[in-house]
Design a protein around this ligand. Structure first.
Ligand code: G3H
Ligand code: 13P
Ligand code: ZN
Length: 311
């Protein structure tokens, strides 16, 4: 089966009250862990690549890994550019075979965000590729850019209709309190999402697919594993799973998860080296690392996203 766009996936997810998991990929073990879980649970999936991942692993290697996953799983898989920040980067991914791109103009003014997003949509749609835009700013770290809490802003529902109409985007990432990375709330702070904003947005653009970035739960089991094996992540806090399930039952059709995969892999490998300090064959620790990615993705599909059996 060739790569698909996420359009049909998201339409079905909206109607069915579930969400598609969009997982970040950087190497073979991560691609395998994600897609093996999706295959076993017959779930559609979005594999996403950041600019940093593309720099690290190289476009062609990533394309070939994803092609191999398509052949092995025969699942509907979309390949998406995560946080594209320029027209040129989006164009390069579209020309290079991606079926979906994000143009993240959230750091520009509303007018400039519309202009840039429209430019990407025109190029993408003419080539059968779908586009995700962003309104509002999440706190946290992406590609070495650190958005402080003061600079983060919730999405303004009153801007959404105009943005969607003028840009022609296929989905929209919004800011309702999630954030990138493993430290989403301060110690002692009660995790909260602005479901009122999400509700207001879905009232204004009924049926339109919404995307949640920064949606890792920071799985406690793996944070513990990191801390017990020489790491220092005591204050790591994520988004509670029940909040993500609630969002998936509303207008949220795509949920982005990266940090949870990183934590699982790192915790597992740290534990491995505590147990076997003299081992040095990468297969011996990357294998369990891959298995932990698979376990996390299977858990998300079954208990957070609700996409099991929907492929
Ligand atoms: O939102 C950011 C993703 O977690 C990708 O992170 O830019 O470090 O690859 P990265
Ligand atoms: P997390 O850091 O919460 O996994 O978010 C990932 C993300 O939003 C990728 O775009
Ligand atoms: Zn993101």
């Amino acid at each position: 089966m060739p790569l698909v766009t996420s359009k049909e996936m998201m339409e079905k997810a909206y109607a069915g009250g579930y969400a598609i998991g969009a997982f970040n990929v950087n190497n073979m073990e991560i691609v395998q862990g994600i897609t093996e879980a999706a295959k076993e649970l017959n779930s559609p999936i979005i594999l996403q690549v950041s600019a940093g991942a593309r720099k690290y692993a190289n476009h062609t290697y990533l394309m070939k890994l994803v092609e191999a996953a398509l052949e092995e799983t025969e699942l509907p898989i979309a390949l998406h550019l995560d946080h594209g920040d320029t027209f040129e980067l989006c164009k390069s991914c579209i020309d290079g075979g991606f079926t979906s791109v994000m143009i993240d103009g959230s750091h520009h003014s509303f007018e400039d965000n519309i202009k840039l997003t429209r430019q990407v949509v025109e190029y993408a749609h003419a080539r059968g590729v779908v586009v995700e835009g962003e309104l509002g700013r999440l706190a946290g770290v992406e590609d070495d850019v650190n958005v402080s809490e003061e600079d983060a802003t919730y999405t303004r529902p009153e801007e959404v209709e105009e943005f969607v109409e003028k840009t022609g985007v296929d989905s929209l990432a919004i800011a309702i309190g999630t954030s990138h990375g493993a430290f989403k709330f301060k110690p002692g702070q009660k995790p909260q999402l602005r479901f009122d904003i999400l509700e207001e947005i879905s009232r204004r653009v009924p049926g339109f697919p919404i995307v949640l970035h920064g949606a890792s739960s920071v799985v406690p089991e793996y944070v513990k594993m990191i801390n017990e094996n020489g790491g220092a992540m005591d204050d790591a806090i994520g988004i509670p799973e029940d909040m993500l399930r609630k969002a998936a039952g509303m207008a949220v059709c795509k949920i982005n998860i990266d940090s949870d995969l990183r934590l699982a892999m790192t915790g597992t490998i740290r534990q491995y080296f505590t147990q076997y300090p003299a081992h040095f064959d990468p297969r011996q620790y990357l294998g369990p690392g891959r298995a932990s990615v698979k376990q996390v993705v299977a858990h998300k599909i079954k208990h957070v996203l609700g996409s099991e059996g929907k492929a």
